[in-house]
Design a protein around this ligand. Structure first.
Ligand code: G6P
Length: 620
């Protein structure tokens, strides 16, 4: 949450800063701001609201200069307001900084700084950090250091950060040292882009696309000093580091809306391709198994595994639930799916044969990262299923599997979910073939997986029909989403999608379990969305549907093409192609994504930037 950008070079900084903030807006959009060095002062423009409003402000009050920093905010401490927007100023304006993260000991530091005469004007934890850097700078100056020297400013940042508890990604400008930007990270991501005679900074690689292809990801406790001509990388506790320069893999098409009105719809429609990409090169037809390049575990280690813990948050956690069913069915290995925010503070019994998978689109979710680190610290093999190449979790995991879904911009996850489920199916096949799964069974799974991109193309044909159904139900204030077995996690995910983007209350439940409480909510104004493709217990789900109808609850069903029986009971039916049970989540999730999208649109909500949410949750 919160996005940071920075620029040092010969060009007007504002162009990159604003464009970068637009691209990082998914990380938070409560307010936005920029600070640019103008001669011997630092000019600041900041405003509540979206980056577009900041851009408008910068047109009305132009700001020039070629060294600058910018920020788009997801509020943690202090309500969204102009004054609480970043950048924040320390001392008498000698320090200006932007911050992503949380300063946990801000209250005690603030008291201490107040006693030193520092005046606080905002409700943020970041202002404390700005004043703290200014205070440490004043201490350096008292000792005779020159504030126009980078070494002095670096020392001030270093000393301030040593006193801070919490997480940060920061970019700092010093009034008396123009043309220099200092960045540092602990827990919140930062990446430096190396240009020709210029340097860029960003919270993730997306702002750098089109500007440079050479990037350096900062690690925790690292600091970078950026000037037009150079980058110096240091460890916070002293000592120069050698930058590990990587080639940027992101493509600019990911950021192009093309024919679509919103990123969410574009990403829903990309799913046949993203599933194809997740499968590419990973199906071994000769051995009837899957293959992965980056697990970094030898077959003996994998054979030893007798328990798997999948840990994640949000939509990724739902993908984990599908993964649990898949791995237990194909590989007969017991699986637990843990909320990362719980796992990080629990101490569940795990043996040296337990393997951990962190599932994460962004690779930056603070809780998932912390849970992964805790398991790693205990010595468990810890792998990641991740979309963003070079993200913190991808880098810190012992190994893993990339989704290759391209950048997901919409805050509500869609294509990452189906890519995660696809990768988990491959993983289940792979682990299964090392154990009980027969060659013919492996072959069958491979051929079904190969057919999935086309099945997804066919599924997308329900779009117009879903739109019509959304028009009928968009006024409802409560929804139930019900499914069983592989479609229970899909019901949870369908309900989450609706909540996230349309602000309508929705609950996902195992269809039979609704008798134990949620059925009390059912009346003629509360639609139930049944995920009921043909499966082993199809008649049971149909009985659950009858139970809702008997209480006059409207029913929308997601069913297999050609299922007329369902049409006799449900008020509305969305048809998806018939696929094997274990692959159903890939097709049944799609109409639910579309339903949430259209209901949100009809209710006048911003589907790509829903209120209070952020795509990458880098605070716990
Ligand atoms: C946020 C996003 C969700 C996402 C969750 C986990 O809440 O809005 O879409 O599922 O974080 O994110 P991750 O990047 O770890 O999958």
């Amino acid at each position: 949450m919160c996005g940071i950008v920075g620029y040092v070079g010969p060009k007007p900084a504002l162009t990159y800063l604003l464009e970068g903030l637009f691209r990082l807006e998914y990380r938070g959009y409560d307010s936005a701001g920029v600070a640019i060095q103008q001669g011997d002062a630092i000019a600041i423009r900041k405003k509540t609201g979206r980056v577009g409003q900041l851009s408008q402000l910068c047109q009305e009050q132009p700001i020039e200069g070629s060294t600058g920093i910018g920020h788009t905010r997801w509020a943690t401490h202090g309500e969204p307001s102009d004054v609480n927007s970043h950048p924040h100023t320390g001392g008498n304006g000698e320090v200006v900084l932007v911050h992503n993260g949380v300063i946990e000991n801000y209250a005690s530091l603030r008291n201490e700084l107040r006693e030193q005469g520092y005046v606080f004007r905002t409700g943020t934890d970041t202002e404390v950090l700005a004043h703290l850097v200014a205070f440490e700078l004043s201490e350096e100056i008292k000792m005779g250091a020159d504030p126009s020297r980078t070494a002095t400013n670096l020392k001030a940042v270093e000393s301030a950060l040593k006193r801070v508890k919490g997480t940060y990604g920061i970019a700092v400008l010093f009034r008396d040292n123009p043309g220099t930007l200092i960045a540092a990270r602990l827990g919140s991501p930062l990446v430096v882009g190396i240009g020709k005679g210029e340097h860029f900074l960003a919270s993730d690689a997306s702002p750098l696309v089109g500007y440079t292809e050479e990037v350096v990801y900062l690690s925790d406790h690292e600091m970078a000093v950026l000037t037009a001509d150079g980058m110096q990388l240091l460890h916070r506790d002293g000592g120069a580091q050698t930058p590990d320069v990587k080639v940027l893999e992101q493509a600019s098409e990911d950021l192009d809306l093309g024919e679509f009105e919103h990123y969410m719809l574009k990403e829903i429609f990309e799913q046949p391709t993203t599933i194809e990409n997740a499968l590419r090169g990973r199906l071994d037809e000769d051995e009837a198994t899957a293959r992965f390049g980056g697990l970094n575990l030898d077959p003996q280690q994998l054979r030893r595994i007798d328990r798997i813990v999948l840990t994640a948050c949000g939509t990724s956690w739902h993908a984990g639930l599908v993964g649990e069913y898949l791995i237990e069915e194909f590989a007969r290995i017991p699986v637990e799916v843990e909320y990362a925010s719980e796992l990080r503070y629990r101490n569940p019994p795990m043996t040296d044969r337990t393997m951990i998978f962190a599932i994460t689109q962004s690779g930056e979710t603070a809780d998932t990262l912390a849970a992964m680190r805790e398991c790693k610290r205990k010595g468990h093999p810890t792998l990641a299923i991740c979309n963003v190449v070079g993200s913190t979790i991808a880098r810190e995991a012992d190994g893993g599997i990339y989704l290759h879904a391209g950048q997901e911009v919409g805050v509500a996850s869609t294509k990452a979910f189906t890519a995660q489920v696809t990768v988990l199916t491959l993983l289940a096949l792979f682990l299964g073939r090392m154990r009980h799964l027969s060659y013919p069974a492996g072959k069958r799974i491979i051929s079904h997986l190969q057919a999935m991109p086309d099945m997804l193309r066919r599924t997308l044909e329900c779009h117009e029909q879903v739109k019509t159904i959304a028009e009928k139900y968009y006024g409802a204030e409560n929804f139930l989403y019900l499914g069983r077995l592989y479609n229970f996690p899909v019901a949870l995910e369908g309900a989450l999608k609706l909540k996230e983007i349309s602000y309508v209350h929705a609950e996902g439940y195992p269809a039979a379990e609704m008798k134990h409480g949620p059925i009390a909510l059912v009346d003629e104004d509360t639609p139930s969305v049944f995920v009921v493709p043909k499966c082993n217990i199809y008649p049971k789900v149909m009985s659950n549907m009858e139970e809702i109808k008997a209480r006059r609850g409207p029913v929308i069903a997601v069913a297999c093409e050609g299922d007329d029986k369902v049409a006799d009971i449900a008020d509305d039916v969305i048809y998806v192609p018939p696929v094997d049970e274990y692959l159903q989540p890939l097709v049944t999730a799609v109409p639910l994504q579309m339903l949430a999208y259209h209901i949100a649109l009809l209710r006048g909500c911003n589907v790509d930037r829903p209120r209070n949410l952020a795509k990458s949750v880098t605070v716990e």
